[in-house]
Design a protein around this ligand. Sequence first.
Ligand SMILES: [Zn+2]
Length: 243
Amino acid sequence: MTLTNRELKRYDRQINIQEFGRKGQENLKKAHVVVAGAGGLGSSVSLYLTAAGIGHISVIDHETIELSNLNRQILHWEKDIGKSKVESAVEKLTQINSDIEITGIKEKINEENVLKLLKGADAVVDCMDNFRTRFILNDAILKLEIPFFHGACYGFEGRATTIIPKKTPCLRCIIPKSPPERKVPIMGTTPGTIGTIQATEVIKFFAGIKLLLTNKLLIYDSRYLTYDLIKIERNPKCPSCGD
Ligand SMILES: [Zn+2]
C-alpha cells in the first residue's frame, strides 16, 4: 500500500525516524484497529491513532455523554452532552484526519456479538471501564489470534500490558476473577497517560518495532510519577488460554 504525497507530508516527522520509515507508515495504513470504548482511555487512544495514520479505526461504545465524563474524556465537549459517544468520536476524529477510515459502532459488547463486532480487525485496544467486558474481549482476541492492548485506571494509578495470543499471558492469566463492578474514581490525566502508552504500543506493533510491553505489566502512579514494570507469566491453568 503506497503512500500518497499528502501522506508523505502529513507523517513526515515519524517517517523520518530511522526504525519507522516509509515501510512503518505503510503498515499503519494497512491496519484496522478496533478501539473498544470511547471514554477516557478511548479518547486518548483514538486521538493518537487517528493522528498517526492507522488506516481504519473502528470505535465501539453504547453510551451517551454526561457532564461527569468531561474531566477525562477529552474527545467529548460540553456541546456533546446527551449525544452518543460514538457519534461525537467520529465527528472529531474525521476532522483530525480525513485520509483514514473511521467507523463508529454504537453497540454494547457481549458474548453474542463480540466476534461479529471484531470481524476484520487486526488488533483491539482495551478502553473499557469494566472487567466483565474486558474478559469477553480477551476470549475473543484469543480465538481470533490478534493482539490486545490492555489499559485500566483507578484514581492516580494506571496499568497497561500488550497481549499477543499464545505468546504472552492473557488478561485472565494475570487477573483470574473480575473485580466488583462499581464507579471508580479517576484523576483526569491518568487515562490520558495510559491511553497514550496503549496507542504507542499499537503504533510500534504495526511499524514492526519489537520492543513491546509484552510479558510485562506497567504500573503507573501519577502521585509519585513512578512507572514500575512487573514481569508476568502465562498461567498454564488459565481458563481462557491454558493448555
Ligand atoms: Zn490466559
